[in-house]
Write a protein that binds this ligand. Sequence first.
Ligand code: PMP
Length: 458
Amino acid sequence: MAVTEPAPVALPAAHEGILRRQSLRESAARTYARSLPIVPVRARGLTIEGADGRRYLDCLSGAGTLALGHNHPVVLEAIRKVIDSGAPLHVLDLATPVKDAFTTELFATLPRQFADNARIQFCGPAGTDAVEAALKLVRTSTGRSGLLAFTGAYHGMTAGALDVSGGATDVRVTRLPFPQNYRCPFGIGGERGAELAARWTESLLDDPKGGVPTPAGMILEPVQGEGGVIPAPDDWMRRMREITAARSIPLIADEVQTGVGRTGTFWAVEHSGVVPDVMVLSKAIGGSLPLAVIVYRSELDAWQPGAHAGTFRGNQLAMAAGAATLAFVRENRLADRAATLGARMLGRLQGLAAAHSCIGDVRGRGLMIGVELVDPDAAAPDALVPPTAPALAAAVQQECLNRGLIVELGGRHSGVVRLLPPLTLTDEQAGAVLDRFADALAAAERSMHDSTDSGQSC
Ligand code: PMP
């Protein structure tokens, strides 16, 4: 059947006007809107259409939310079904058939050992609220207040979540080194670097003069996303589990970004086989609509009624869209697909790195991919790796946009180009994404080179 192109819903002039009014009316805290001046009016799968009639391949996916891409038919059908049924859309935290079905589907995807003895708390609909709930839960259940968190972490924008994120300074939070190959804090990377990071954690906890009383919990991301796509080594994950279990410290896995097949297993903790005490889940679990929960070992459930409340904990449309998404990812083995396709994309990017010295590192897991851009000419003589190149990364993002490709930046200095495509990405689409990326990189290199006129190319 021929597919007819729908008429554009807005004109280029409207596009300009909307952007202008946005910059006049919205706050200085706007983020994506600054680097991606597009006005989405229609979207399907990987593709977004702007009000100016341009089409973009979207590898930002709502900051990793859209496991099935935009407006997947199963998601739309689930939403329509709720609306057509006349079910209430707002129900606080009351029981409903929609919520019941979502919980059943979610528990069916979780590691069996964990799900068999777990409780769920529906939170306010942002990941950061679920992080707050997790921190509160472990503090209540242990009666302790301190927390262990990691360098480079990102857990959200509310006060408690910020405290456990990389940039914070809360005295109750002890910052531990997150293992990383490329910029290993111990200068060695690999298994040995991760082993030293684990040993530091252990020694700090066991040192009576270490200044770290037994904490209420440890929170970690199995793959740091905003921190620059840094996968935690599986052995290190297991060490964190052993260290915390031996000291009765609840382990919180923040799977807000890594969940629902993104990293090549349904949940990223499955790579290491670690069973955490608390899992923080959001983004993809709502099938593109706002939803956030924590799931935790039932013994931790020491909460009083109302200990974590909120008006918007009963988003029926999100639960229906989320249940449909979880089921689709499970039934179609999209986690396996993410693993295979992600490995292939990483391979191609590594090939690109061999030809471009400004690619310092290519890393990722499944369809959570990062390309760290560096300035090889600016490396100090004794530096192990060159400094990151945020200006080049911004130029690459812009050149990608010019070629109809939306990518995200992350990492300590926003020097990492991130790809978070939907798990439904076809081989052909993956090829198109990488072609556009390679082309954009070459163009950004050229323009940086021309502007600095250094006579050197990276
Ligand atoms: N945790 C992680 C790992 C995240 O990546 C994010 C968002 N990028 C959050 C928590 C916070 O989620 P939200 O933006 O929905 O509050």
